[in-house]
Write a protein that binds this ligand. Sequence first.
Ligand SMILES: [Fe+2]
Length: 290
Amino acid sequence: MALTFRKLHPTFVAEVSAVELRRVGDRDTLDRIRAGMDEYAVLVFREQMFTDEEQLAFAQRFDGVLHTKTGAAALGKSRLGTEALADISNVDENGDLLKSDDRRRMYALGNRLWHTDASFQDPPGRYSMLSARVLPPVSADTEFADMRAAYDALDAELKSKLEGLRVHHSIAYSRQVLGFEFSPEEQEKLKGAVHPLVRTNPRTQRRALYLASHASRIIDWPVPEGRLFLRDLIEHATQPQFVYRHVWRDGDLVIWDNRATMHRARPFDDGKYRRELRRVTTLDIESQAI
Ligand SMILES: [Fe+2]
């Protein structure tokens, strides 16, 4: 079917014309969406009334194998019954709001740091698909930053300095920054992973900074020097000209390319209002999708 893309930011992000993704299964339409992802890195689909099963099935049709080794999975079983469906919410298994000192809430607060999903795993995350199910009556937005535009804006000297650098990503590190500690048994499941600092989209050859709050050090560099350098790069890459703020509407599905963007949740009064979204992330491996 014919799809059109309306740009929502000067360098990335587009809203896609009406389509019912839970019923999309033909290769032609899926390829158009994949091409849209290559061009815009973030796509917004309106009025997608997914059940959990439909969202999981769409993610697999679209991009293959699902990521399940989340940080939350190391903390305990998901109320949703599968680790492939990340519970981006502030409610417990009884549907009650999490208390302010609940460990799951404190863990989830780490999503307010700029990050890219599952960079602490190998293979890391490729596409994340976040579905809005219950939204609060106050703003509770998500910001995205364009890591391709941020890379392009670096001067030639800095680009050559980045060449070949590799970075260790660890969710234990990003949570420690906020004062959250995993137990030794939990850390055992979350050892982290090493990825290049600059990644290239194999289909378009476009390069992007691969940064995240999980980025703990640069391999072969003194740790403080690497952390300072990563901090400078994140500061550069999250300047206003590279950032889009998504204001959620009921039924939104947003897909982003974790290889080419960072994102963060913005604060709201989560002790007062319910907010429930579901995320599915695919692994960055050769796609087995249709
Ligand atoms: Fe995330």
